[in-house]
Design a protein around this ligand. Structure first.
Ligand code: FES
Length: 119
């Protein structure tokens, strides 16, 4: 794992505590990170900055607030869309995927309209 993007020693907090190394997949590619760290942090350490694309304009979004408030970091995690990866702890074997729009769910009126081209 490339650890060059990680803080080894923080000037105020000292040496960060890290969980054990675990493997997860990002869009099918195997990666590793520290168990318990936010999924978004593991992705950032691996150089992944785009977490989702906006629904209407398909613009890239990534970490913005990093405290679970803005939804810019949402991704599909283990098949579940709209997971705020900045506050979701990384676990062994997670399947993390880039989210395109809202990711259609059964009964989602907005997604049906988008698929039909009515919006
Ligand atoms: S970066 Fe804002 S909710 Fe995750």
């Amino acid at each position: 794992m490339d650890t060059s993007e990680r803080i080894a020693v923080h000037p105020i907090l000292g040496v960060p505590e890290k969980g054990r190394q675990v493997q997860f997949t990002y869009n099918g590619k195997t990666m590793s990170g520290c168990e318990g760290e936010p999924v978004a942090m593991a992705l950032k350490a691996a150089g992944v900055m785009v977490h989702r694309y906006t629904k209407k304009r398909h613009e890239p979004r990534g970490i913005f607030c990093a405290i679970g408030r803005c939804t810019d970091c949402v991704m599909v995690v283990d098949g579940v869309p709209n997971i705020r990866t900045c506050v979701t702890p990384l676990a062994e074997g997670m399947d993390v995927r880039t989210q395109d729009g809202v990711t259609p769910l059964a009964g989602d009126k907005a997604d049906k309209e988008e698929a039909d081209g009515t919006i």
